[in-house]
Design a protein around this ligand. Structure first.
Ligand code: SF4
Length: 308
């Protein structure tokens, strides 16, 4: 099997099970530059939808992958940035539908949901997972640092109007950060905001991977659970530990191909190697540390690795 440009995984997703990812946009292309982003600061900040790649190229890769018997639960369109910036999204969803009956999810920051064309394009996806971290213009600028063409009321009104029309599932996620948006005042605002939206699930998350800004700190598990209770949401477990998959035979290359898309912490690497019957975990971790292309970030008491 070839190494793919657009398809990755399947990887474990805490919300979706085993997810086959499709990334239709170039790395770090987004209309936000969230302070908690695990990809670092956005270097291609844009609010213009573009046909970054031909739909047919992505679909050809998917066709190739579907010839294998590798199991997965869901196809997830999720960029290393914001996937709704991909102008071919409607056609991509349409073509994926023809190839598989697996559920199709789209992970988005929700910023462009005010766009009627995008609303139509997303209509045939099964699950839309928008993020909602801000409750007003000030918090929007502070947390999400949006492109200048975006303002909070346009974005929240867009999510609201989409939520009323859309027939599939909407799973909202709020990313909570200690001292930034986890105080009682913020929670009252979130509660009021959520009342205006129609959605099926609410996930409460906190950064478990190294964030773009060093002052971003996760919220303690106990507090997360308290907040989840107050808002009527589900707390996302703090660690992913298994389920990564790669067809690449060389173990080191296999890890590089995963961390190119999805940072892994030391426990995830250990679990991945052990599942392949290997015990040379320290050797591989040392090699990663010495590799100039790999960034090692110490966060929350353990190391995470990502390929730059
Ligand atoms: S919306 Fe997602 S990809 Fe874009 S900056 Fe925020 S966390 Fe990163």
């Amino acid at each position: 099997m070839n190494e793919y440009q657009y398809i990755y995984g399947p990887v474990p997703s805490r919300r979706l099970g085993i997810s086959l990812g499709i990334s239709p946009i170039p790395k770090k292309t987004c209309n936000y530059s969230c302070i908690y982003c695990q990809l670092g600061r956005t270097d291609h900040l844009t609010n213009a939808r573009q046909l970054f790649y031909p739909v047919v190229e992505i679909i050809d890769e998917l066709k190739d992958f579907l010839k294998t018997t590798i199991p997965f639960d869901v196809i997830t369109i999720v960029g290393e940035g914001e996937p709704t910036l991909y102008l071919g999204l409607g056609e991509l969803i349409h073509q994926i539908r023809k190839l598989t009956t697996k559920p199709l999810a789209v992970i988005t920051n929700g910023a462009l949901l005010y766009d009627p064309t995008l609303q139509e394009e997303l209509a045939s996806a099964d699950i839309i997972l928008p993020t909602l971290d801000a409750w007003d213009e000030t918090s929007f600028k502070k947390i999400n640092r949006p492109h200048g063409a975006l303002n909070y009321s346009r974005v929240i009104n867009g999510i609201q109007s989409f939520s009323k029309e859309y027939q599939g599932q909407i799973w909202i996620e709020i990313m909570l950060m200690a001292g930034i948006n986890d105080d009682d005042q913020a929670l009252i605002q979130y509660k009021a905001m959520l009342k205006k939206l129609k959605f099926d699930k609410l996930y409460i998350n906190t950064p478990i991977r190294p964030p773009a800004e060093a002052n971003v700190k996760p919220v303690e598990h106990k507090r997360i659970n308290q907040i989840a209770g107050y808002l009527g949401g589900i707390s996302i477990d703090l660690l992913e530990s298994e389920g990564f998959h790669s067809e690449i035979k060389d173990d080191y290359e296999a890890i590089l191909s995963i961390i190119k898309r999805h940072p892994m912490n030391q426990f995830e690497i250990e679990g991945f190697l052990k599942a392949r019957g290997l015990n040379n975990v320290d050797e591989i971790l040392d090699r990663l540390k010495q590799d100039n292309a790999v960034e090692v970030i110490h966060y929350k008491g353990y190391n995470s690795y990502r390929l730059n």
